[in-house]
Design a protein around this ligand. Structure first.
Ligand code: FES
Length: 108
């Protein structure tokens, strides 16, 4: 169940897989969401190895402190005809502040 970021939580929740992971502060700005999930042995397609080209790492992200898309991610969103709720896990980096993110994808 989603918690408030006021709890100082840094959480990634995967309700489709019934998983939840704490994000260590040292991961902030260093790992993409894709890299984080792969490090946790959560499979997610990534055909271009995180170069914002293939779009196979598409996720739907809800929560707070979600960073705005980078120019390369925006270009890919437009190229693939995705709506604003679709993001690409290889282009999403964790904020320094507390957050709770809910990640869903058709891949699972
Ligand atoms: S892995 Fe290709 S766009 Fe993310």
């Amino acid at each position: 169940m989603a918690r408030s970021s006021q709890d100082n939580a840094r959480l990634v929740q995967l309700p489709q897989l019934n998983l939840e992971f704490m994000v260590e502060s040292s991961s902030a700005r260093e790992l993409s969401l894709l890299s984080f999930l792969l490090e946790k042995e959560v499979p997610l397609s990534h055909s271009c190895a995180g170069q914002a080209v293939c779009g196979t790492c598409a996720v739907f992200l809800e929560g707070d402190k979600i960073p705005t898309p980078t120019p390369s991610e925006l270009k890919l969103i437009q190229k693939q005809g995705k709506d604003g709720h679709c993001r690409f896990a290889c282009q999403i980096f964790f904020p320094h502040e507390a957050f709770v993110w809910i990640v869903k994808t058709p891949y699972w």
